[in-house]
Each structure stands twice: as C-alpha cells, then as structure tokens.
Design a protein around this ligand. Structure first.
Ligand code: G3H
Ligand code: 13P
Ligand code: ZN
Length: 354
C-alpha cells in the first residue's frame, strides 16, 4: 500500500474506537520489526522519525526504507510521520521528502526546550497546516508541554507544570485546523517518567476526558506513552545495564485514554529497552560473537514482540484491511472542500471560517 495520510488512519481509528501506535525508528531493523508486527497482527501503523532520527540515518535512507516497506507489505496501511518538528522549515523539508504527516511542536520554541507562548504556537502551527494541507499532508500540533528533558525534548520538570488547558485546546484547534492534537497530561519522554506506579495525581487521564468532551472529533495524541515494563528493565539490568527503578504509563491507562478520544499513542522507549536488552544478552552470553547479525536479529525480534503486544493492546490489530489508502491528492481535495478543520465545520471543533 502506498504511504497513507495519517488523518485518514486516525479518522478510521475514531470510527472503530481504537488507538494506533506511533513507533519511532532510526534504522532498517526497527522498520522491519514494526512491519513484521503489523503483518502478524494485521495492524495499520504510524512510523515516525524525530529530527534526531532524520539526522542519524540521513532521512533519504529512512524514506526509501519506508518505500521498500510499502512495497513488501502491500496489505498494511502505514503513515510516515515527523515526530516533534521544531519549526516550519523542519516540517517543510519532511513534507518535500515525502512524509505523509508532520508534527509541529509549537508548544516549545524552536530549541525544543523552552516553553513558547500560545500566540507563537498558533502562528507557527497554522503556517505548517496551510502548507501541509495544500499538499494533502496531515498535521499534529501540541498544546501544553511534556515533562522531562532526558532525550533533549520537553520543558523539564515532572510534566505537571504545563498541563493542557481544555479551553485553550479548543481555541487552538479552531485557530489552527490541526488534524491531531498532542496533549500534556503528566507524561514525559524516556525511561524515567514516574517514581512509583502512577496514580491520577501524576497521570491526569481525566484531563483527556475533559478535552475530548469539548473536542469530540479531534484526534488526541499521547506522547511519552511507553510502559517501561519491569521485564524489559530486568533484561537490561541482568546483563550489565544500569537502569534505576522506574515506572512508565500503564497500558490500562492508555486504554482508558483511547476510550476518551486518544487515537495516536507514541512509543519509543519500550522499543529501545527491548533492543538494548536483547543485544546485552548476546554480548554477555556469547562474548565470542562479533557478526552484527548475531545481535541485531534478536534485537529486531525483541522489538517486534513489544510492538505487536502494543498493537493488540491499543486495538489497532485486525484493522489493516478496513480501508483503501487515500492519495495525498485525494486528501488535498478533502481539505479544499473544508472537510478537515480550518473552518469547514465538520471536524466538530465548532470553527466556522468566514
Ligand atoms: O520524542 C522523543 C522520541 O523518543 C525521539 O527521540 O529525539 O532521541 O530521536 P530522539
Ligand atoms: P516514550 O519515551 O515514552 O517512548 O515516548 C515517545 C514519544 O513520545 C515520541 O514522540
Ligand atoms: Zn513525543
């Protein structure tokens, strides 16, 4: 199947009442792990690359690996998404390369760290939406900021400092016309999210319900959604790793979010842990080995396992065959007719373009 616009995928997920995992990639093995998991579970999937991933891989390599995936897995709808675009230029270059979806994270300034103003966020997001929709490409915006700064993203802190304000979320969607909205509910990127199993005190799932009530047809996105399972931590530590005790976002909380409008769930850390644990195990148990395939194959399998598990848990499993991919040209027509927000009235945000 050709690369699918993310908007179509999330519209379908909303119809079916399920969530779609968005998994980060940097290389061939990660793309293969996700595609094999999608095939085994018959799942549509979002594959996403951060700025760091684009730089690490040289994004032309990533893009062509994605074309290979589309050719090899014609039955799987997949969207290629830019994760945490920091500026209009970053989003523009991804769109020009062939990404079918971009995130503009205007909740932070273009350094990816400093919380920005609401006005700046609206302005930069609207500029990206206009450019992207003209080309049929989907856009995710963010309102409120995530905690932590471990991986270079986020405003620092616990994640509770800049939670999404539901009223502001409505104004943001009306003014920008984004297809999907990332919300800040207390999560952060990386392995160290919570110091014990999170309760509503630190992980505000109820905020999702509140936002969803006001924006019933806006696709909500949960970032920092790795569950950081103890089993994966244990493998890393058993074979020489030094992870401190930590808790991620419990899968049942994500499932609760999905019941209240979460349609895209971002996962990177769980894949990283699975890969690292598998590689450490090979190094520790068979130190005589030096063929990269001897450790990359188990690493790929370990990532495939955790991704397939999430696909089943998020509910996307079994939905790969539900629809035919829309082309970017068709999506362009959809936006032109005013079907996407931007004031057409059909996304439910209440906006009416004059
Ligand atoms: O947004 C966070 C993702 O885990 C990507 O991380 O910027 O280190 O590639 P990265
Ligand atoms: P995790 O670090 O929880 O996997 O979050 C990834 C993410 O939100 C990417 O944008
Ligand atoms: Zn994120």
């Amino acid at each position: 199947m050709p690369l699918v616009p993310m908007r179509q995928m999330l519209d379908e997920a909303a119809k079916g009442g399920y969530g779609v995992g968005a998994f980060n990639v940097n290389n061939m093995e990660q793309i293969q792990a996700i595609m094999e998991a999608a095939k085994a579970t018959k799942s549509p999937v979002v594959i996403q690359a951060s700025r760091g991933a684009r730089k690490y891989s040289n994004d032309k390599f990533l893009y062509h690996l994605m074309l290979a995936a589309a050719e090899l897995y014609p039955e799987i709808p997949m969207a290629l998404h830019l994760d945490h675009g920091n500026s209009f230029e970053t989003c523009k270059s991804a769109i020009e390369l062939g990404f079918t979806s971009v995130m503009i994270d205007g909740s932070l300034a273009d350094d990816g760290k400093t919380p920005s103003t609401f006005e700046y966020n609206v302005e930069v997001t609207k500029k990206v939406v206009d450019f992207a929709h003209e080309r049929g490409v989907s856009v995710e915006g963010e309102i409120g900021t995530l905690g932590g700064i471990e991986d270079g993203h986020g405003a620092g802190g616990t994640g509770l400092e800049h939670l999404t304000d539901p009223e502001q979320a409505v104004e943001f969607v009306q003014k920008t016309g984004v297809d999907a909205l990332a919300v800040a509910i207390g999560t952060s990127h990386g392995a160290y999210k919570f110091t014990s199993k999170p309760t509503e005190e630190v992980l505000k799932i109820s905020l999702i319900a509140e936002i969803h009530k006001r924006l019933p047809t806006t696709h909500l996105v949960m970032h920092g959604s790795s569950s950081v399972p103890k089993e994966l931590q244990d493998v890393v530590n058993q074979f020489g790793g030094k992870l401190k005790p930590t808790w991620g976002v419990p899968v049942e909380e994500i499932q609760n979010g999905i019941k209240h409008g979460v349609r895209k769930i971002n996962v990177d850390t769980d894949s990283r842990l699975a890969i690292t644990g598998a590689i450490r195990k090979v190094f520790a148990e068979t130190p005589e080995k030096f063929d990269p395939r001897d450790y990359l194959k188990p690493a790929r399998e370990a990532m495939q396992k955790v991704v397939a598990e999430r696909m089943t848990q998020f509910g996307q499993a079994g939905h790969a065959g539900d629809y035919k991919a829309m082309s970017l040209e068709e999506m362009r027509g959809y936006y032109k007719r005013g079907s996407g927000c931007g004031g057409g009235g059909c996304c439910g945000c209440g906006s009416k373009k004059k």
